[in-house]
Design a protein around this ligand. Structure first.
Ligand code: DC
Length: 231
């Protein structure tokens, strides 16, 4: 195949970006889609969480951008795709479970507002996804990390439904549920209003509202879009 014809051959190893707010179903959909396609699923949020966890351990303020960037530069943050999601390694240690806890969740939201922290993350994420065959999930994948992604999905859902899903996922009820829901709303607000790469659908993203859709229905829609892209 010469250069000319290969340029017109659609890439088989697509870069698929899935963005959207928390609780819209991104992680589940991204990991199931990747498995079906034989792709690698990368959860970019886990990287912000890993850095946030390290900041907690080193007693670094979540508002100190310069110190956070220095911390990131001295860190090894790896995502290891597994059947059940990503294993997150921070400086060689498995932090996958710890980074899902509430203090880290809150810290990750605050750490991720800083442009220089984001620039460091984006560079790593581009390296990881450059070869294609990836479903990368996050907030700015289609707008910033891979603006030329082959397929961009913006997965959304009604805020009340997203909160309910989170409660069910973590089996939370009562008073705790109310405060967890308030946290989720605050993180959402921060993601959407920050100056650096706010959460917004890319102009060429396909918006899927999962409020009334099952996981299967969302997956079906995305698989059709993938087939269209592959041709
Ligand atoms: O998707 P998640 O909940 O694991 O993300 C953790 C935090 O990181 C969340 O508050 C938003 C932020 N984040 C981001 O700013 N950009 C991304 N691409 C992924 C996550």
């Amino acid at each position: 195949m010469n250069d000319h014809s290969s340029r017109h051959t659609p890439p088989l190893k697509l870069i698929i970006a899935i963005d959207g707010p928390a609780g819209a179903g991104k992680s589940t959909i991204a990991s199931r889609l990747a498995r079906k396609l034989g792709y690698v699923n990368l959860e970019s949020g886990a990287m912000y969480r890993a850095l946030a966890f390290k900041a907690i351990n080193h007693d670094i303020s979540f508002d100190d951008e310069a110190a956070l960037v220095k911390l990131a530069q001295g860190s090894r943050i790896h995502l290891e795709p597994t059947i059940g999601g990503n294993r997150t390694l921070l400086d060689g240690h498995d932090v996958s479970l710890r980074i899902r806890e509430r203090d880290v969740t809150e810290a990750a939201s605050r750490v991720s507002v800083h442009p220089e922290v984001r620039a460091w993350m984006v560079a790593r994420q581009r390296e990881m996804g450059a070869g294609g065959g990836v479903v990368m999930e996050g907030r700015d994948i289609g707008t910033r990390v891979f603006p030329d992604a082959d397929l961009k999905i913006f997965l959304d859902a009604d805020p009340v439904v997203r909160e309910q899903r989170r409660m069910e996922q973590h089996k939370i009820k009562g008073e705790v549920a109310a405060s967890v829901a308030a946290d989720l709303r605050e993180r959402d607000r921060r993601d959407r209003t920050r100056a650096a790469s706010p959460l917004v659908a890319a102009g060429d993203a396909v918006i899927i509202d999962s409020t009334k859709l099952s996981e299967e229905e969302v997956l079906d829609q995305i698989e059709k879009l993938v087939r269209d892209r592959i041709g």
